[in-house]
Design a protein around this ligand. Structure first.
Ligand SMILES: [Zn+2]
Ligand SMILES: [Zn+2]
Length: 393
């Protein structure tokens, strides 16, 4: 499944059936950390050597077997949990940030995250399940969900519904990731690229160093010539600086995956009335990544790949097609977000989609609706409740 170099034979392998630890060269490794009962299989946690000690990009799911896989993987890279200097988190999801608290506990490593995702971690720790159930039931009803769908939520609320939410024990970060800034990693050039969309504070990390596999290669020389040619034609030092940053390797988190289109829903914030456009953010963020022209992408799931631009073009086309399908549906008749989700194409018939996945599907439908409204291709029908949408233009 991957072309990535494997760890040397005499080194222990991570104890799972998936791919082994990968040595990507130049002091960069990947460690597959299993996600229990999930078709994604594993998170690729990356390890980057620095002059201050090894630093992790993401940590993996909080589960004993996953922790063991991380510890075994670190041993295969010739290090250990207690030697870790820091943790850079691409986004707050539990398959990326789940083990950060334990890593910090056992190593004293700092944890860095974008403030928009840190705010979600803080909110999840502070809110109780009751508040969340109430918010979800209200939001689904407003999107046109039938009573039969929201009934389990209302039952749970009637039964008390107290307690904490999953993620209540997730670590609050010690450091904020500043977009466009180099991280304070001695001996390395790792720059944060803010890529909102999948979550509001998702970041990719751009390793602005020569790709170890391409040093002195013809490709590399050609790229340098191209860069030089472009640089002469660019005006202004900022653009020149950006051109100089191209190439290198990109740790893409969930933003850019080789064959999976990441979930784009809404930025769920019960305390905010702001109308955000996560799909618009995502499409902008994709373009920003393609312009960096990384020589290789190291994603947090699946496997490493080379052509970022081609993958960005595929994802952009996928969303454009989805948007035009939805616009056609809204031209036929006015629809609530729920009805739109029912009418959209999914990987199985709507009747077979379970409760939790339907909620995710409705969020995805709403994200597309928001973007259509933003583009001037749809609008809410005035006075409709639950709100219905129609095509415009
Ligand atoms: Zn994610
Ligand atoms: Zn993920």
């Amino acid at each position: 499944m991957t072309n990535r170099p494997q760890a040397a034979d005499d080194e222990p392998q991570a104890a799972d059936d998936g791919p082994g630890v990968g040595d990507h060269g130049g002091g960069v490794w990947s460690i597959p950390v299993p996600i229990p009962d999930n078709p994604l299989g594993h998170t690729l946690v990356h390890l980057i050597e620095t002059d201050a000690g090894p630093v992790l990009i993401d940590t993996g799911w909080d589960d004993p077997a996953s922790w063991q896989a991380l510890a075994d993987g670190l041993a295969a890279c010739g290090t250990s949990v207690d030697a870790l200097h820091g943790v850079v988190v691409t986004h707050h999801h539990p398959d990326h940030h789940g083990l950060s608290a334990r890593v910090r506990e056992e190593s004293g490593a700092w944890i860095a995250m974008h403030p928009a995702d840190a705010a979600i971690v803080r909110r999840t720790r502070d809110s109780d399940r009751r508040q969340w159930l109430g918010y979800l039931a209200e939001k689904l009803a407003a999107a046109g969900a039938p009573d039969s769908h929201t009934a389990p939520l209302r039952t749970a609320l009637a039964q008390g519904g107290s307690g904490t939410l999953p993620g209540a024990r997730a670590a609050l970060p010690d450091r904020e990731i500043e977009p466009n800034e180099l991280l304070a990693l001695p001996g390395r050039r790792l720059r944060a690229v803010w890529t909102p969309g999948h979550t509001p504070g998702h970041v990719c990390l751009h390793l602005e160093e020569q790709h170890p596999g391409r040093e002195g290669s013809r490709d590399d020389a050609r790229e340098r010539r191209q860069e030089g040619g472009e640089e002469r034609s660019l005006e202004g030092s900022r653009e020149r600086q950006q051109a100089g940053r191209r190439g290198g390797r990109l740790f893409s988190g969930d933003h850019l995956l080789p064959t999976i289109s990441p979930h784009i829903g809404l930025y769920e914030d019960p305390d905010s009335d702001e109308i955000t456009d996560p799909l618009g953010d995502y499409l902008d963020s994709l373009e920003r990544i393609a312009r960096l022209r990384p020589a290789e992408v190291l994603p947090a799931h699946q496997h490493a790949f080379a052509d970022a631009r081609a993958r960005v073009d595929e994802l952009t086309a996928h969303h454009a097609e989805r948007l035009s399908d939805l616009r056609a549906l809204l031209s036929d008749r006015d629809l609530t977000p729920w009805q739109l989700a029912e009418a959209m194409r999914w990987n199985r018939p709507w009747e077979q989609i379970p409760f939790g996945s339907r909620n995710i599907a409705v969020a995805e439908a709403e994200a597309h609706l928001r973007h259509l409204v933003e583009l001037g291709h749809a609008e809410a029908v005035p006075g409709s409740a639950p709100v219905t949408y129609r095509a415009t233009g």
